[in-house]
Design a binder for this molecule. Sequence first.
Ligand code: WT7
Length: 707
Amino acid sequence: MARPPEEPKSRSEPRGNAVSQSIDALLADEVKVPPPPGMKDQANVRDLEIFDRFSEEHFPACFEEYARLLDWDRPWRTVLDTSKAPFWKWFVGGELNAAYNCVDRHLERHGDKAALIFVSEDESQPAQAVSYRDLYRRVNEFACLLRDFAGIRRGDRITFHLPMTPELPVSMLAAARIGAVHCQVFGGFSGAACGTRIADSGSRVLVTMDGYYRNGHWISHLDNVGAAVETAESLGQPVEKVLIWQRTPGKPPGSYRLKEGRDFYLDEVLPRYHGKAVPPERMRSEDPLFLMYTSGTTGRPKGCQHSTGGYLAYVTTTAKYILDIKPQDVYWCTADIGWITGHSYVVYGPLALGTTSVLYEGVPSYPDAERPWRISESLGVTIFHTSPTAIRQLRKTNPEGPARHKCRYRVLVSVGEPIEPEVWRWYHGKVGKGRAAVVDTWWQTETGGFLCSTLPAIHPMKPGSTGPALPGIYPVILDEEGQPVERGSGRAGNICIRNPWPGIFQTIWGDPQRFVDQYYKRYNRDPKSTDWRDWPYFTGDGALEDTDGYYRILGRIDDVIKVAGHRLGAKELESACLQVPGVAEAAAVPLADEVKGRVPDIYVALRPGVTPSSEMADRVKTTIIERIGKIAAPQHVYIVEDMPKTRSGKIMRRVLAAISNGVEPGDVSTLVNPEVVDAIRMIAGRRVGEGPGLSGETIRREVRDLD
Ligand code: WT7
């Protein structure tokens, strides 16, 4: 399985003429775009020699270069400890504090500089700068409150259910300062979804906010507290304190009634800690910094545990090398901090580098699709980071919008889903005015930071392809039998990373067996081995590699549906449906969407005697929203008489996905009830060939039948 080390030179050469026979014939023809001229003289990484420094013969010591960007209280003894494979430990013996690295160490030189610029969705509100000195004060006061008022100690988990305001990074850094493990739950998730994460992480304290602005509306976020606490308690985890930030101090609390002795407005408690400082805890490099919950094959979200030293070193250095962040940059990433992109590339990476990170409260297209360009122009944003969904939306609504503004981006970043070549060209041509480097970064919640991307000053860009692997990342595409797919053949397979790297997550919180089973077991050659070469990391993505060493990511192969770049588990959607009385069976499948990439379509079969009705379908939809959140709202809920099933009783999700997307379902001879196909097609009201849907090939790769 081992393959020769990368040959750096081949990376920048134009692609050869090998014909890729499969799906990607079209993309393989995509012409490469050279990096912007002039960038090479100023970029943080200026030549391909970096790939020599990070070649396999220098692994793992090469990653000391990453750790050296941080301030350590105590140096590490061992770069990589593999003795408990695949539970890798990076920079063992080293001690440091993440909040110190993101705040304190910048005070002397950059104390007055803006660490954060908060932009309210309400455009009449002026942008608010939080200097590194302000941030230091706010982090210390809240850290003190967490310790002395909420009784939080080193190693305790604490759940945040916060929207996009400066209180979120303040809370994260305060937790990190005292060595607590923060678990931020995406603010758009429902109270119930927050509650399951409180219970899983064993948090005694919930930090939330009264509300926030989204799409022009005041969202009364406090209404989620009841469901969060009840759900956590029903799962055996009592919540002792709920600490409530106020988006606008003095605003009346709406219908929510605070529970005496448990719920506290921080505006009332925080003044007691005015001017107080807390020394940063000396954390071991491998102590957990945070948990980030994400979806996978089963119905239960996984708490991905990220380390302090390895994670912080990885995000800091990749922010410097790939995003090309310099201290004088104004950097804006639109990702919600409730997802990994926000943790790594709104908060930890940029702040560790001492740059200015813009934090925008709302949706990019509010009140109109020129808002991002107005914000960028007025704040002088130099690096802009967003998702293909946002780019598609902005382009669709106002394709000429960027031309009306004097934005001067040096780097444009795309993350979270594949970006279509024509969308890429708009981003590069109209948003970047042809002068910016576009980096299409591929990675995952589990990987902490980027895995594949072009280097902005060096590599030619190829629309629709993420690019080559980052320095020190050695991918391989394996087939079902574990054999490497021939390099440059353009044949699809399962993309894996052969080696550990500092940003890789440490385990699934509370479930180390699931960690090994889902990410390493598949291609592991010897479960007792302590040699990293025996433990390729299984990403769950399908991909192909072109002759130039650029990867093209084809999408998930593990029942994850990426909706507007957000990761939803088909099983999670299905278990939500099964909560509705009368529903006997449920299947969730991806439906192509012009803006969001994919949206879920739901099929349910009812118990005998239950009458199908539109109320029933509505109940399924509202239950999904209650249990997961609005982002999971299905496009359609179809009530069917019978699910297409195999002889062994598996629900054939692929057949349903084919019906939703208007393509031929392919071979249905294994069905026990082939006659249901036409009946379901009638209900779904979609004929073959109608409208743009996912191709049969994509469905076969992305959708699996249900046990
Ligand atoms: C999945 C991970 C990456 C952080 C935010 C999402 C898909 C991610 C790309 C890209 C094509 C991409 C993959 C991956 N994905 N980036 N540049 N091109 N696909 O993290 O929620 O854990 O999702 O997002 O399928 O596995 P996540």
